[in-house]
Ligand binder design. Structure first.
Ligand code: SHN
Ligand code: NAI
Length: 207
């Protein structure tokens, strides 16, 4: 499996099936700002509420290949094994990204367990060996990489932007970026201010 971070903005996501698992997968997509189309003859009550709130779109029918032509990323979670298998085959052949939740070998993509701390994102995947372990590892990492990382990543991003604009020399740039990524600046917000002052001073920028 090849890991990659996708900007979902210009992709259309379709979830096929409207049950318990579809509901779980849809809520996962919503965490990433994705507005999926959900196709199913019946819908979990939460999905009906999400549609009323304008967060997802619903199409009430048994899904067919013609419903998937415009989809880029497809998550197959019906309880009809034959429908899942048939649609997976057609969608994979058409070059789409396909999650076949019941039989991952028939798809070409899988959803990892994800921890988000602002701009920090940690994904844990086991290639279907044990989603339970993926979730456990993610939850263990959540303790190590706690909420502090959210503001820390925002700080690192700002420092990096500044350094890219104001520090021309590459080794000098890397020196600042490596220093910013040391534990002192994770732990102590006051130390971040001092680093900023030094950065401004060193580069003759008005503080
Ligand atoms: C292939 C994949 C589909 C895909 O790509 O979507 C898939 C497939 C299957 N899952 C099954 C079961 C469970 N899945 C979970 C949980 C999660 N499953 C997720 C991903 C994936 N699951 C992909 C592989 C990812 C990988 O291996 O790294 C997570 C990480 C992400 C997410 O779903 O958002 C999310 C945890 C994160 C979170 O909660 O945040 C739990 C535990 C729980 O819910 O507590 C159980 C019950 C215990 C167990 O079985 O371990 C079954 C058996 C069904 C049956 O028995 O009928 C199948 C089918 C099969 O394997 O045959
Ligand atoms: N985390 C994961 O990835 C997990 C995946 N699964 C798999 O997910 C699948 C669905 O499980 P549940 O949601 O619990 O089932 P469910 O029975 O709650 O829901 C199935 C849904 O599929 C719909 N459906 C049936 N035929 C359809 C078709 N042709 N087109 C569109 N929708 C159709 C039904 O109307 C229903 O809404 C199963 O195949 C199961 O093996 C199960 C557990 C965990």
């Amino acid at each position: 499996m090849f890991p990659v971070q996708i900007n979902p903005a210009n992709y259309s996501f379709t979830v096929v099936g409207g049950g318990e698992i579809a509901n779980h997968k849809v809520k996962n997509l919503l965490r990433f700002g994705i507005k999926p189309l959900v196709i199913s003859p019946h819908f979990h009550p939460d999905l009906l509420t999400l549609e009323k709130d304008g967060l997802i779109e619903l199409k009430q029918k048994f899904a067919e290949w013609s419903d998937l032509i415009d989809a880029h990323f497809i998550i197959l979670v019906t309880n009809d094994e034959q429908a899942n298998d048939r649609l997976a085959k057609q969608a994979v052949a058409a070059g789409k990204l396909v999650v076949h939740a019941a039989n991952p070998a028939l798809g070409n993509a899988q959803l990892p367990a994800v921890l988000r701390r602002g701009k920090l994102q940690i994904s844990v995947a086991t290639d279907g060996a044990s989603p339970t372990l993926a979730k456990q590892i993610r939850d263990d990492l959540a303790e190590q990489y706690d909420e502090k990382y959210e503001s820390y990543l925002a700080f690192l991003a700002e420092v990096r932007q500044f350094v890219k604009v104001h520090v021309q020399e590459r080794s000098e740039r890397n020196k600042w970026l490596k220093e910013a990524a040391t534990p002192l600046y994770l732990e102590q917000a006051e130390a971040r201010l001092i680093l900023w002052k030094r950065l401004y001073h060193r580069n003759n920028v008005e503080y």
